[in-house]
Design a protein around this ligand. Sequence first.
Ligand code: HEM
Length: 512
Amino acid sequence: MAFISSSSLSSHYHLIFTALAFIISCLILLLSRKSKSKRVNLPPGPPGWPVVGNLFQFARSGKSFFEYVGDLRQKYGPIFSLKMGTRNMIIISGPELAHEALIEKGQIFANRPRENPTRNIFSSNKFTVNAAIYGPVWRSLRRNMVQNMLSSSRLKEFVTVRNSAMDTLINRLKTEAEENGGVVWVLKNARFAVFCILLSMCFGVDMDDETIERMDDMMKTVLITLDPRIDDYLPLLSPFFSKQRKRALEVRNEQIETLVPFIEKRRSILQNPGSDKTAASFSYLDTLFDLKIEGRKSSPTNAEIVTLCSEFLNGGTDTTGTAIEWAIARLIENPKIQSKLYEEIKSTIGNRKVDEKDIEKMVYLNAVGKELLRKHPPTYFSLTHAVTEPAKLAGYDIPTGTNVEFYLPGISEDPKVWSNPEKFDPDRFLSGGEDADITGVTSVKMMPFGAGRRICPGLGMGTMHIHLMLARMVQEFEWSAYPEDRKIDFTGKLEFTVVMKNPLRAMIKPRV
Ligand code: HEM
């Protein structure tokens, strides 16, 4: 899911790398003549240079990786290959192929590739649900997260946390609007609300706003440190990046130092029940202290717990915040959709505050949520997959060690499975219209949460947060463009998720 940006390949490095690449290419060509092995039948793709492959073609395109891939699929179709330095990628962007890989051959395509060295530091050597190889560690971690935190019965237990975060969100928006002539930032506020929910679920201890901001800053620093570098693709250049490696270790230590006091606080609360009246009755941490991992004798260390908590916080914060930003942009662009949503809220609930029990009854809200995730999947790629053994797809070979990427907009905007795929139109999901199984089991038409064995375990919680936040935000305020006559620019920009290139500011007017 994380890709290098073309701008990060500065022209200075470009020269050094080109020279190095040329010398090494010659060497490799000489060696490979002697050891021509059995040819694999890879999907077609743009021809690349020896050693660097398509890396510099991408760099010269000046595009984001998702734009580069979007262009290539026009030429090469729903499955093609790219070689980014030492990394071979196969990119799948067709609904049928995604179904074949992730559902029909789900077990084979459920692996993850090896990590780059920086990611290994932050994932405690792949000790997370998202990075673990398909095997017993993954099974233990995923089962724990799903059964103890994300099942529908567990989710219900955190209702007060969500209600309080929603009230805080509405108050923050009101205050910001009062101080800024009715104008608010959308992404920042939505992110903060969902981060508060996840923090509370994760740590189960009270945190003031300042601490929450500090935690959030820490998480952002980690994400920036994890941004891919050129030496992740060309490891022989790693001697040039010792400063960055040192910095990564420093950030990891800062992350551990920031989070461990909260871990210890919770541990002590569990050992001395009743010692902290503000503590929550249950948290993700409680499930981690004595977690049994298949094939391992010891329970997770503090550093591993830091990693697992960070995964929990990161998995749901930017994804959900991003979805809300695009949603509000669409509601501003389409006032009729906004009014229809408001009418549904009013007729279902009357004057009281939206409660999450009301959400299921709101058919139109669900249609808006689904259309949002079809048209604006928060991540344009699922997390990178790999095969557990050499496999075939569409008649091509998929070798082990190859990064298998699923390009999500290619699937959810495929004109073969959608009518008017470009249009944002929630009505398509109302009775008699189109439908799509968001889990992809029956058929894949959209997969904002991935599909198959590695499907996002936060699917239920993520959709609930989106629906709840949208319903509260539309119930409380009428949303319009800022500046008033500005047409919204729907260009996206890669920032872990695909956010709006021009961060959305909106005018809000209280409804009452
Ligand atoms: C709108 C919200 C969300 C979206 C759009 C989203 C999207 C995704 C996607 C595309 C994947 C990759 C699936 C694959 O590899 O095929 C994923 C995996 C994952 N997500 Fe989410 N996610 C969301 C919310 C959450 C939440 C709330 C959590 C947990 C707190 C979470 C935790 C995870 C984890 C742990 C994985 C890795 C699963 C595995 O490898 O087995 N996500 N998510």
